[in-house]
Design a protein around this ligand. Structure first.
Ligand code: BGC
Length: 440
C-alpha cells in the first residue's frame, strides 16, 4: 500500500470528530477504510485446547501456571454470540487465532472438520461486514511439536510453513490478512537481561514435559533458549509468508511484535543497546518488505544499568501488575516500527490490564490520541485492534488480569459489557467506521 501522507490523513472522507470521553482535540480525521476491531487468541478464549503444548504445561505437577485454562470462555461453542458482541461494538475487523493443535492434531494428519469450523466463523464475520484477521500462531503449538523440541528444532520452521499453507488454502478467500507468529520477540528481552543465558528455572519444567509427552526432549515458544527460538521463529515467519502468498495470493501477511516503549535512564545506554541489537533489530530486519508490521504495545520500560527500572509509582497510568503504561507508548511504538521496517503499521494489540474501567477508558481514548498524532505525522497505519474483546485466560497469570471490554462469568460464561465497550463503540462510530469487504 502507498504510504499515507499527512494530506490523506487530513482529508479522508467520512472522518468525524471524536468527542465525549476523548480529550478536546479540534479535529480527528482517520484514514479512509481504517480497520477498527478487537483481538483475541484461541487458547485464551476457546477452551478445551487439550492437544496443545500449553495444556500439557499447565497440567504438570511443577507447573508455573497460576491456573489451568480449562474451558476458558467457551468461545469454541459460543463464537456466534461473540460475533454478536463485535456487532454491538460496531467494529469492522476482528483479529483471532486458529489453533495448530486442532488443525494438525498429529504430524501430517489434517482436520477438515476444524478448518470447516473456522470457515463458518470467517463467513459469519464477513456476513456482518467484519474482516477476519487470522493469526496462525499465537503462542501455542501442538504437543507433538513440543515433543520434537518445539521452537528450538529447525524442522519446526518447515512444519509451520506447511501448516500455514493449509490454513491459507482453506481460509484465504475469506481472510482479510494473516499474521504469522504472535510476539516471537517477547521472551528474548528477558534472556538479554539475564546476560544471554536461558532461564535455569525452565529446565525442570521442560524435563517434566518431556516425560509426560513420552519424549527425550520438549520445547515451547516461551521456554528454553530464547535466542535459538528467536532465530527459528524468524525463519518460520519468512517461510510462512511465502506459504501464505503461494496459496492466498493478494492476502496481506505480517508478523506481530511485542513493542514496549523503551526509554534510557541514566546509566541505561548499554543495556538499551543490547536489547535493541538482540531483541528488537533482528525482528525489524525480518519484517522489512512485509505487507505490514503488527504493533502490540502495553508498557513503558526504562533501562537502567542492570535491568528495567521499577515503575514510577506517581505515573498517571499504572496497571494491575504495577507497570507504567502510558497511552503515549502506542504512538512511540508505531513510529519506531515504521521507521525501522518501512512497512505500514497495523496495531494488532493495545489495551490495559486493569480492574478499573474508568482507567481503561482514559487509557483507550488517550491511546487513540497518540495513534492519531502519529498518523497526522505521516506514519501509515492500517488499523487498531483493541486487546481484548473479553476477559480471558492470561497465560501463566491465569484468570486474574483483566483486559476485556466485556467481562465473562467464570461459571456461566455469560458476557457482560463494561463501560469501556460503549466508549469504544462511540469513539469508532465518530471516527467514521464502516463495514468492509475484501482484503486489508
Ligand atoms: C499477547 C496476549 C496477551 C496480552 C496481554 C500480548 O502479549 O499477545 O496473548 O494476553 O499481551 O498480556
Amino acid at each position: 500500500m502507498l504510504p499515507l501522507t499527512r494530506r490523506h490523513a487530513l482529508t479522508a472522507a467520512g472522518a468525524a470528530f471524536l468527542v465525549g470521553a476523548a480529550p478536546a482535540r479540534p479535529s480527528y480525521r482517520w484514514p479512509e477504510r481504517f480497520l477498527w476491531g478487537t483481538a483475541t487468541a484461541g487458547h485464551q478464549i476457546d477452551g478445551g485446547n487439550t492437544n496443545s503444548d500449553y495444556w500439557l504445561l499447565e497440567n504438570l505437577p511443577n507447573t508455573r501456571f497460576k491456573e489451568r485454562s480449562g474451558d476458558t470462555c467457551d468461545s469454541w461453542n459460543r463464537w456466534p454470540e461473540d460475533i454478536g458482541l463485535l456487532k454491538a461494538l460496531g467494529v469492522n475487523a476482528y483479529r483471532f487465532s486458529v489453533e495448530w493443535a486442532r488443525i494438525e492434531p498429529e504430524p501430517d494428519l489434517w482436520s477438515q472438520a476444524t478448518l470447516d469450523h473456522y470457515r463458518r466463523q470467517c463467513a459469519a464475520l464477513r456476513d456482518a461486514g467484519i474482516m477476519p484477521v487470522v493469526t496462525l500462531h499465537h503462542f501455542t503449538s501442538p504437543r507433538w511439536i513440543g515433543a520434537m523440541g518445539g521452537w528450538e528444532n529447525e524442522q519446526t520452521a518447515d512444519r509451520f510453513a506447511r501448516y500455514a499453507e493449509r490454513v491459507a488454502a482453506a481460509l484465504g478467500d475469506l481472510t482479510g490478512a494473516f499474521c504469522t507468529l504472535n510476539e516471537p520477540n517477547a521472551q528474548v528481552n528477558s534472556q538479554v537481561l539475564r546476560g544471554g543465558k536461558a532461564d535455569p528455572k525452565d529446565a525442570p519444567i521442560l524435563a517434566a514435559a518431556a516425560r509426560k509427552a513420552g519424549s527425550d526432549r520438549f520445547g515451547a515458544y516461551f521456554l528454553g533458549d530464547a535466542f535459538k527460538v528467536r532465530d527459528i521463529c524468524i525463519k518460520a515467519h519468512r517461510k510462512g509468508v511465502d506459504a501464505v502468498k503461494a496459496k492466498a495470493p493478494g492476502t496481506k501477511v505480517g508478523i506481530t511484535l511485542a513493542l514496549q516503549e523503551w526509554k534510557k535512564s541514566p546509566g541505561g545506554d548499554a543495556l538499551y543497546e543490547r536489547l535493541w541489537q538482540q531483541a528488537r533489530k533482528p525482528f525489524y530486519d525480518a519484517a522489512k518488505g512485509d505487507d505490514f508490521i503488527g504493533v502490540q504495545t502495553y508498557i513503558l520500560f526504562r533501562t537502567g544499568p542492570d535491568g528495567f527500572l521499577p515503575a514510577r509509582q506517581d505515573a498517571a497510568f499504572i496497571n494491575t501488575s504495577n507497570l507504567e503504561v502510558p497511552p503515549t507508548a502506542l504512538g512511540a511504538a508505531v513510529r519506531e516500527a515504521h521507521a525501522n521496517t518501512g512497512a505500514p503499521v497495523f496495531v494488532t494489540e493495545n489495551g490495559i490490564e486493569t480492574e478499573d474501567d474508568a482507567l481503561r477508558m482514559r487509557h483507550l481514548s488517550q491511546s487513540l490520541d497518540s495513534l492519531h498524532d502519529a498518523i497526522a505525522d505521516d506514519v501509515p497505519v492500517l488499523g487498531y485492534m483493541h486487546w481484548s474483546l473479553m476477559d480471558n485466560f492470561e497465560w501463566e497469570s491465569g484468570y486474574g488480569p483483566k483486559f476485556g471490554l466485556y467481562s465473562v462469568d467464570r461459571a456461566t460464561f455469560a458476557r457482560k459489557s463494561k463501560p469501556a465497550a460503549a466508549l469504544f463503540r462511540d469513539l469508532i462510530r465518530k471516527a467514521g467506521v464502516k463495514p468492509v469487504s475484501g482484503k486489508l
